[in-house]
Design a binder for this molecule. Structure first.
Ligand SMILES: [Zn+2]
Ligand SMILES: [Zn+2]
Length: 429
């Protein structure tokens, strides 16, 4: 707003060669264009620029317009020689008007109310057409670097995914696995059908209530372990997938000038803080919110696959909601990569030392995202898009803690979690 205002005033002057800036609300900023103090030539008050051909204050501008539209003449109660100043200017309208005319204020420059309104609308339209919000060259550069880093570090075809240990060890053929998804989709929607994960909870809670309380925890753990061996069938695949994704995230960071400029300790702290979030953003690009399936090239994942890796509903449910919400925003690739970078440059991650630099970086990225949306999108999709994206970033942060907790639990039951992931979620750098 403050950036636009001076330009807007300039335009008004150009539009009207007569020089009447017309409206108090707009002409007020005129004085800020030049640094030197301006003085009303009528009364000596602070001037807001040229009005009707003379440098005047808002008060004298309004007075002149009203006086000129008045059918009757003023009359001086004194000797027609009052000296007009800021404090007495209301006392003699006749001499004030004389002063106005003597300094060159011109009646013919006053526009009719209708003309004023017309011009106002014209300016508004013109401004919308001719002054679109634009990305600065610097912002363009930021986006290009992010896109390049993303493209180089993340293969959107997901061709590597089939090299991981199998998602479904019982099925050697991927298409077999994917074939089943349709039926699973039904199962997911039908809450009454118990899923493997729910069975774990039921049976273990049965164990804990029916046994002496001193042993119940131990028994429960043993029971989860026993069931875990049977159930966590997709864990090896997820471990490989996670290792692969984390490596991508690290490489993505390393390709960014802003990131490389940080001290290595901060690079590590930022990566540890943002890895899960960036992985979630990656996966969102593959999410089909109609079917709730992540369509990653040759492999398709559904919620049950994550359950078979040991993840539980109080992480997976909010995660599913998050994916639906974010996917529905139909983000451009530019917006996705900016989101990743905003998450990466979070100054408040544990262990960060150069808080200010990172805070500045994040601000640059956030402004770039905001300007991108403003300049590249149109209503109604533009409406509130920026705050919605920020909302998603906040939402992801709240999932981080639960994710870490569940990963550690899984590792405890079946120590097959990605070693790189364990390193990422470990508290000490
Ligand atoms: Zn004045
Ligand atoms: Zn007078």
């Amino acid at each position: 707003m403050c950036l636009l205002q001076p330009r807007m005033n300039k335009e008004m002057e150009e539009l009207s060669p007569l020089g009447d800036s017309g409206h108090g609300d707009m002409s007020e900023e005129e004085s800020e264009e030049d640094d030197g103090p301006k003085i009303c030539q009528v009364c000596g008050d602070k001037s807001t620029g040229y009005h009707f051909n003379a440098m005047t204050c808002e008060g004298c501008k309004g007075f002149f317009r009203r006086a000129m539209k008045r059918p009757t003449k003023f009359c001086c109660p004194f000797q027609n020689s009052c000296v007009i100043n800021k404090s007495n200017r209301r006392q003699c309208q006749s001499c004030r008007l004389q002063k106005c005319l003597s300094i060159g204020m011109r009646k013919e420059l006053i526009m009719s109310d209708e003309a004023v309104e017309k011009r106002r609308m014209h300016i508004k339209r013109k401004r919308l057409q001719e002054e679109p919000v634009m990305l600065t060259p610097q912002q363009e550069k930021v986006i290009q670097e992010l896109l390049a880093a993303h493209k180089k570090t993340f293969d959107m075809t997901c061709a590597h995914f089939i090299q991981f240990r199998p998602l479904d060890p019982d099925k050697n053929d991927i298409s077999d696995h994917n074939q089943e998804h349709c039926s699973r989709k039904y199962a997911q929607k039908n809450i009454n059908k118990p899923e493997p994960n729910i069975r774990v909870q039921r049976e273990s809670s049965y164990v804990s209530t029916s046994s002496p309380s001193s042993n119940s925890q131990e028994l429960e753990n043993r029971e989860i372990k026993r069931l875990g061996r049977i159930i966590f069938t997709s864990l090896p695949h997820f471990a490989d997938l996670t290792t692969y994704m984390i490596k991508n995230v690290i490489n993505f960071g390393k390709m960014l000038t802003m990131f490389r400029a940080l001290v290595i300790e901060d690079q590590i702290s930022l990566l540890k803080g943002a890895t899960l979030e960036i992985m979630l953003i990656h996966f969102n690009m593959f999410f089909n919110e109609e079917t709730n399936i992540w369509e990653c090239g040759p492999i398709k994942y559904c919620l049950e696959d994550a359950m078979r890796a040991g993840f539980q509903r109080h992480l997976l449910d909010p995660m599913m909601n998050f994916h639906c919400t974010l996917r529905k925003l139909r983000l451009h690739e530019e917006e996705y990569v900016l989101m990743q970078a905003i998450s990466l440059f979070s100054p408040d991650r544990p262990g960060v030392t150069h808080h200010k630099v990172i805070d500045h970086n994040q601000e640059v990225l956030a402004m770039t995202l905001k300007t991108y949306i403003e300049s590249k999108r149109s209503e109604p999709e533009k409406y509130l898009l920026y705050p919605k994206i920020i909302g998603c970033l906040t939402e992801m942060r709240s999932m981080n803690e639960e994710y870490t907790k569940q990963v550690l639990k899984i590792q405890d039951i079946q120590p097959e979690v990605s070693p790189l992931l364990l390193e990422i979620i470990s508290k000490d750098s």
